[in-house]
Design a protein around this ligand. Structure first.
Ligand SMILES: C[S@@+](CC[C@H](N)C(=O)[O-])C[C@H]1O[C@@H](n2cnc3c(N)ncnc32)[C@H](O)[C@@H]1O
Length: 311
């Protein structure tokens, strides 16, 4: 099946993964399978692709795109934070490469029924994995979080200047009417950032902050990085694309920590900490899309790619 969808920084991802015939590669965030399609072409029939996505609908789309039933393709409705378990069930000891392309896929943004987008009215859900019916939706969050908790989400994840006023308003409004749809949230934001003053930037950031909290994305990322690093063989590569400054900071700090060869206090003359450098940083600065890519795919504009090689 042909899907018209351009994966972000595709050439750079393929390049940094250092792909060859026969390699074992994990795509921890399959999405619509765009990167995986390109990976498969490079690793050939002798290679193995393990693909994960928490969103069952995206997983199904990726299956169609990649050709379900191919002997060397293993696709699961799992989170990348459970990668070690997935590999051990497949009896795969180590991978040659892991890709994490974080956040939302374009279908999430375009479809109304998952509640990720302020552009379309739909239920305030925002969960990647909706099969766990007990898990918290965006509506649950807005209807139950204390004012203080709401302030934390808006201040840190959205870097929202009016976090106090907006949180207060949410608590005030829900006493009259509970939050149910994306429009309910949009209406509150528009009290502070009216529509006529191009408010998309504010809407996008606040919606994104709620999504990050609903899916516990920053904690999941920390666990996922660790699992991905453990899964790599020596000489294996990891490529991570993030779209939010806090995510990028977590990735950068994780790589830096593993890069450090010594953690002795600075006054120590002879190192005795036993720490070893565990990786080589391949991207001194994050790689970002060029103007042409941003023009063709405006959603790529906040992407930052970092890559390492395990040593
Ligand atoms: C930016 S998209 C990936 C796009 C993909 N690289 C492509 O070429 O189509 C991110 C995907 O990761 C999924 N996702 C988010 N968090 C996840 C997690 N913890 N584990 C697995 N998948 C996750 C989302 O459902 C979404 O489909």
């Amino acid at each position: 099946m042909k899907i018209k969808h351009i994966p972000v920084l595709k050439v750079e991802v393929i390049d940094y993964l250092n792909l060859d015939n026969g390699k074992i590669i994990v795509d921890g965030t399959l999405g619509l399978g765009g990167h995986s399609e390109a990976i498969l072409k490079k690793i050939g029939r002798g290679g193995k692709l393990i693909g994960l996505d928490k969103d069952i609908d995206n997983l199904e789309s990726a299956k169609l795109r990649l050709g379900e039933g191919r002997k060397n393709v293993y696709l699961f409705n799992k989170g990348f934070e459970d990668l070690i378990e997935v590999l051990s069930n497949l009896k795969i000891k180590k991978a040659d490469g892991v890709l994490l392309d974080l956040g939302l896929s374009s279908v999430h943004v375009d479809s109304s029924e998952k509640g990720f987008s302020f552009r379309a009215e739909g239920p305030l859900d925002m969960r990647f994995n909706r099969s766990d019916i007990e898990s918290m939706t965006a509506a649950d969050l807005l209807n139950s979080y204390s004012e203080k908790e709401l302030m934390r989400v808006l201040k840190y994840y959205a870097e929202e200047k009016k976090f106090v006023q907006i949180s207060r308003k949410i608590v005030e409004i829900r006493k009259i009417k509970l939050f149910r749809s994306t429009k309910d949230l949009k209406d509150i934001i528009e009290i502070f950032y009216p529509q006529q003053r191009n408010n998309h930037h504010h809407l996008a950031r606040i919606f994104q902050s709620i999504r990050i909290e609903v899916n516990n994305e920053l904690e999941v990322l920390k666990k996922g990085l660790d699992q991905a690093f453990q899964a790599l063989r020596k000489g294996g590569r990891m490529v991570v694309i993030s779209y939010h400054s806090l995510e990028d900071r977590i990735v950068k700090n994780y790589f830096r920590e593993k890069f450090r060869a010594c953690i002795c206090p600075s006054q120590k003359i002879i190192c005795d900490c036993g720490k070893k450098r565990e990786l080589k940083i391949l991207t001194k600065k994050p790689v970002i899309p060029n103007n042409e890519e941003i023009f063709q795919n405006p959603r790529s504009r906040s992407a930052k790619l970092r890559a390492i090689e395990k040593i």
